[in-house]
Design a protein around this ligand. Sequence first.
Ligand SMILES: Nc1ncnc2c1ncn2[C@@H]1O[C@H](COP(=O)(O)OP(=O)(O)OP(=O)(O)O)[C@@H](O)[C@H]1O
Ligand SMILES: [Mg+2]
Length: 314
Amino acid sequence: MTTQPALDDLFERRITYPDIETQARLARLIGLDEQKSRLTKILALLVNPAGLEDWARHHHPGAQALLDTVLRRPPLVILAGDVGSGKTELAETIGDAVARQERIDITLLPLSLSTRGQGRVGEMTQLLSAAFDYTIAEANRLKSVSGKARGAVILLVDEADALAQSREATQMHHEDRAGVNAFIRGIDRIANGKLPAAVIMCTNRLSSLDPAVRRRAAEVLSFARPSDDQRRFILTSRLESMGIGRVHIDQLVAATGAERGKRDYGFTFSDMTQRLLPSIVLDAYPSRAVEGARAVEVARTIAPTPPFRDGAPA
Ligand SMILES: Nc1ncnc2c1ncn2[C@@H]1O[C@H](COP(=O)(O)OP(=O)(O)OP(=O)(O)O)[C@@H](O)[C@H]1O
Ligand SMILES: [Mg+2]
């Protein structure tokens, strides 16, 4: 006999939106406007399908068949892409935008797989089934018979590579397959119940996801490293007020980009915000002011995080 996982073991840092601190975190994300907007729309429709019907009555009366194909999409969105590019940050904060737009409360249930489900046989499957049971019970409570739900639930499966690896991978253990099946069953249960719930899955390796999981995704949103313009924006918005001028900003943009013959990738968003900017400040602190030429030198000593090559082994 195995025991059911306790609720506290299942989810970490449960967050309820609207939440003012989350709103600020979401606003700090750069270059993700397209992802933000699409994710907000998808989640808002799962919560309030009547919104689309109102829109259609107004603009396209008689378009019911088309509406169905939009509304019947499975409640799964995959955020895929490079390390440190804002996937987790967006997944953890987007609920605030939807809650404000739809004027309801939304609860995020973050299920972290990175440190779990690696032990006893059956653990992953049990964890997933319990997480979906809980999500579905919550969503059922919030569902309303007609029109708009009273609230909604987002189940976040971060670091999903651990879970939904291709069932075709030959080395895959029988138990992993059961985990994938439990996941697919959970998605289908939410869809069939027309519940105000959605699942967001984050992964570095889209290609390693099980095809049956990918097929169920209503959308796959991709995330990349910042472009020259986006790095320039981060640098200017943080360093201009410290007196760093155009010439040094240009050099910093170059120093944080790809370098011919040396590396074909530049800094990630997190390399910029969590490594470079603090290093520049701490280099000057406590005895000197931040200074352009020195900031460029600091940037040159930092090596960007290597990309997670999709398809390559971990
Ligand atoms: N688009 C962005 N704009 C501003 N800051 C960002 C952006 N993306 C990431 N960051 C910064 O990098 C940190 C790490 O981002 P996050 O945890 O969301 O990355 P991730 O895409 O989930 O990476 P991983 O694949 O390694 O889990 C964030 O807390 C934030 O400070
Ligand atoms: Mg992450």
